[in-house]
Design a binder for this molecule. Structure first.
Ligand SMILES: [Zn+2]
Length: 319
């Protein structure tokens, strides 16, 4: 057996509520996985948590580099977190800070890009050269790989697809603008729509009862569970989410022409309840659908670990 220990790297996924870190091998397999709460208010404390996790993993494994996926805008030279809406980082030289403290090569990547890379290397996109990942959780994120490379753009901010504007003067977004895609096609939008509709719909009875008549108890998980049981309102809510996703994917496919579109994130739990309306809206919206090859739209396969594994693999590619 060849010695494979030198090919281990650490992937870190820095989200708004959790920081996950793992040792990953060259086949994208998790060797050891740790998780801590994100001290979201404090950049220095967030960095200390990352460093602690790396030290702990290094005490048990021989690793050659660290890849960090961050939910934020990353500079084009992949050194600085320019802005992160749910983290304390503002113009933070994260690569330098972590590299100094752990003494290993570090790469910093946007979390959506890292997840797209993970799916491209080891997941649902490993059979194509060009893919679009749409991650639907609380918001909408994603990443683009074209010709086997992550598309980062001139300033490092490409593929912020959740803030693609789909409705002029539409719903107010967390980014401060109106009509962004994630205000219509995300978990947060699903719940907001449900809380609105439940007050006026004739089909609201079962959802209201399941939520004990408390709007705060209406969650994406509850809607998905009831929809799987056939509840009419919840089925329609997920179908509407799917249609909005399909609409946005039409635009992105027109620009990118990917070989495959992967849909990941919490919405995967809804399966066909979202994917069928999504497919229908996509086919209905894409120009000349019957005269051209179209990308397959699939569920992403790596779940929450795509970003972690993608970041670790990016560290391996650059170190
Ligand atoms: Zn926005």
């Amino acid at each position: 057996m060849p010695d494979m220990t030198g090919s281990l790297t650490i992937g870190v996924d820095v989200g708004g509520t959790k920081i996950a870190a793992a040792v990953v091998d060259e086949f994208g397999k998790l060797i050891e996985h740790l998780r801590r709460d994100t001290p979201g208010e404090d950049a220095a404390a967030t960095e200390r948590t990352i460093v602690d996790l790396v030290h702990e993993l290094r005490s048990r494994h021989q690793v050659t580099g660290v890849g960090i996926g961050v939910a934020g805008f990353i500079s084009a030279d992949q050194a600085t977190v320019i802005f992160a809406p749910n983290l304390a980082f503002r113009d933070e030289p994260l690569r330098h800070v972590i590299q100094e403290q752990v003494g290993l090569p570090v790469v910093v990547e946007n979390d959506g890009n890292a997840a797209a890379w993970g799916e491209f290397r080891f997941g649902s996109g490993k059979d194509v050269n060009d893919l679009l990942l749409v991650t639907v959780g609380t918001g909408v994120g994603g990443g683009v790989v074209l010709r086997g490379e992550i598309i980062r753009g001139t300033f490092g901010i490409a593929a912020e697809i959740g803030h693609m504007r789909v409705v002029p003067r539409g719903r107010l977004c967390g980014c401060g603008r109106h009509g962004c895609w994630e205000q219509y096609a995300s978990g947060r939008a699903l719940v907001a729509d449900a809380r609105r509709l439940v007050l006026v719909s004739d089909d609201a009875g079962p959802l209201l009862a399941a939520a004990e008549h408390d709007l705060d108890k209406i969650t994406g998980l509850l809607i998905t569970r009831l929809a799987h049981e056939g509840d009419r309102l919840c089925v329609e809510l997920l179908a509407q989410l799917g249609r909005w996703l399909g609409e946005g994917i039409v635009n992105l496919v027109e620009i990118l022409d990917p070989g495959v579109v992967l849909v990941g994130g919490g919405v995967s739990d809804a399966g066909d309840l979202v994917m069928k309306p999504l497919q229908a809206a996509f086919l209905d919206g894409v120009p000349a659908a019957e005269y051209r090859p179209l990308p397959e739209i699939r569920l992403a396969s790596m779940g929450n670990e795509a970003g972690l594994i993608g970041a670790a693999d990016l560290a391996r590619q650059t170190t």
